[in-house]
Design a protein around this ligand. Structure first.
Ligand code: PBG
Length: 323
């Protein structure tokens, strides 16, 4: 049916009708707030390139979680900045490692806060790569051991979900098997399945002190040019036991999110990463954009593309917008 019989503007005149026919709504249940844990006491180091985000020592982290919970954000993703680094990242699996301490403290104060732990080695290795270096590059299979050890340590501390972000082959299967062997068959795995070698992680690497000291991550993270390969990564992770698969970053990869949603019957997560956040903050600070409007539009677009879950540094402020 054509104009003049059909007039799509008919459903746009009234705000009530516009709301009735809204196809995509982002609510707080969809959001996860990433947080950075650091050793020490009363530490609250601002992360310059990520305004409003801080490296927080454990008691401040607990306070932040209380604040988030009060605003309706029920899940956090934890990253750790360790006191010392080593060659393999095994230090991240120490019983009193920063993430394990953070998990125990948050769970004690807020048993209902859903804690996701990022599992990777780059925050813990002296060279900043995501695994063990052999002959100048990250060796896949020995790296799986440290990832599994970290996962078990976090599970022992009380974590609710494990999120491996290293992009080693076979890590989801290895972590699933280790969790099950240790009696943690109820802990889900959210796999960073299609994680691209992206320039958008810049601010995060400052925040977590995890920039590679030589080379780059192109031998393990994905080539931004590839889409078919992302589907293979996702398929493998599902076969290895992933419960949720993630696409990362989000905004330059909305096509990958949509393709994943159409191709697989599994919950999809998308990571709205540090560089995406920093660009919004920088433009807003200059008065060049309307931050609230743009954040709403960005999160809506990620959800519309097919993501069920959004990991975003905007989560806290978005909760205020909804009030
Ligand atoms: C660890 C990890 C990274 C991010 C999440 N987990 C950094 C990287 O791969 O270099 C990036 C998150 C962000 O930019 O917000 N491997």
């Amino acid at each position: 049916m054509n104009f003049p019989t059909t007039r799509l503007r008919r459903l746009r005149y009234s705000p009530v009708v516009r709301n009735m026919v809204t196809e995509t709504k982002v609510d707080l249940d969809d959001l996860v707030m990433p947080l950075f844990a650091i050793h020490g006491s009363k530490v609250k180091n601002p992360i310059k390139s990520m305004p409003g985000n801080f490296q927080l020592s454990v008691e401040n982290l607990v306070e932040e979680c209380k604040l988030l919970s009060g605003k309706g954000i029920q899940s956090v993703l934890l990253f750790g900045i360790p006191e010392h680094k080593d060659d393999t990242g095994m230090i991240g699996a120490h019983e009193h490692g920063i993430i394990s301490e953070a998990i125990r403290a948050i769970k004690k104060a807020l048993p209902n806060m859903f804690i996701i732990a990022d599992v990777c080695n780059c925050e813990y290795t002296s060279h900043g790569h995501c695994g063990t270096i052999v002959n100048g590059d990250v060796e896949n299979d020995s790296t799986l051991e440290t990832l599994a050890a970290q996962s078990i340590a976090f599970a022992n501390a009380g974590v609710d979900m494990i999120a491996p972000s290293d992009m080693m082959d076979g890590r989801v299967g290895k972590i699933r098997e280790s969790l099950d062997e240790h009696g943690f068959n109820r802990i889900p795995i959210m796999a960073y399945s299609a994680k691209y070698a992206s320039g958008f992680y810049g601010p995060f690497r400052d925040a977590a002190g995890s920039a590679p000291q030589f080379g780059n991550r192109a031998t393990y993270q994905m080539n931004p040019a590839n889409s078919n390969e992302a589907m293979r990564e996702i398929e493998l992770d599902i076969m290895e036991g992933a419960d949720i698969v993630m696409v990362k970053p989000a905004l330059s990869y909305l096509d990958i999110i949509r393709r994943a949603k159409d191709s697989f019957n599994i919950p999809i997560a998308a990571y709205n990463v540090s560089g995406e956040f920093a660009m919004v903050k920088a433009a807003a600070a200059n008065g060049w954009i309307d931050e609230e409007r743009i954040v709403k539009e960005i999160l809506t677009s990620i959800k519309r593309a097919g993501s069920d879950i959004i990991l975003t540094y905007h989560a806290k402020e978005f909760a205020d917008y909804l009030k």
